[in-house]
Design a protein around this ligand. Sequence first.
Ligand code: ATP
Length: 249
Amino acid sequence: MAKLLVSLTNIDVSFQQRQILQGVNLTLHQGEIVTLIGPNGAGKTTLVKLVLGLVEPISGERFQQHNLRIGYMPQRLHIEPTFPLTVERFLALAGRYSAQEIAAVLERVGVLRLLKSPVQKVSGGEMQRILLARGLLRKPQLMVLDEPVQGVDINGQKELYQLIKSIRNETGCGVLMVSHDLHLVMAATDRVVCLNRHICCSGSPSQISNHPEYLALFGEPEKDLAVYTHHHDHKHGVDGKVINNPKTL
Ligand SMILES: Nc1ncnc2c1ncn2[C@@H]1O[C@H](COP(=O)(O)OP(=O)(O)OP(=O)(O)O)[C@@H](O)[C@H]1O
């Protein structure tokens, strides 16, 4: 059994007395790619922050392997447009890393040629690779990626997911990533967790394929890509709470 990196047990989160997450259970293991999907406002970023230890639950337990190194790729990062900053300097600001280490991660994600470029001038897809490189500098045992393909065209998305998978294969790190929709991410995922304020279902892409709830949420998949099924055995109130037979996985 792969080593447990992080676990969340029966977690509730509220902001200003509004319940955001209810009874969430999640485990992340070494070498496993877990993709978190859900509609806008489902609580995906909040769950990511819980995994990172940046949000305190009102109840439940969070476990983290001792001295776990987590690499984080944020959903977006604001960089002051007038601040002169090369990609190399931007990565150097992430910690005490040598020029060789910075060049090596940029090479690994395929954008070493941008080393001396102003960070504000790179394309959306290049920026995602630079942010991925920044997360990799820590040599993480767990990579947490919040919508890593945001702003990237469809071919670029496939390439980025493949890159993430190959980094997992090489390093054996665990991966948690957030996605809005599964059509492309499925081929690079071991387990899918569907969140809508609570965990609606969790399983391998093939275990949870072709369910009407998923199709209702995410639309028809492309033919050549794996699909996702949503075993929904309960209903939600207007506030997103489970109103019958709550069951989390
Ligand atoms: N710090 C906060 N204070 C108050 N409400 C918050 C806070 N953070 C998040 N929320 C609310 O919690 C809910 C879930 O937000 P979250 O960002 O986790 O969802 P998400 O699934 O990541 O959404 P999206 O797909 O749009 O990025 C939203 O209604 C949001 O407004």
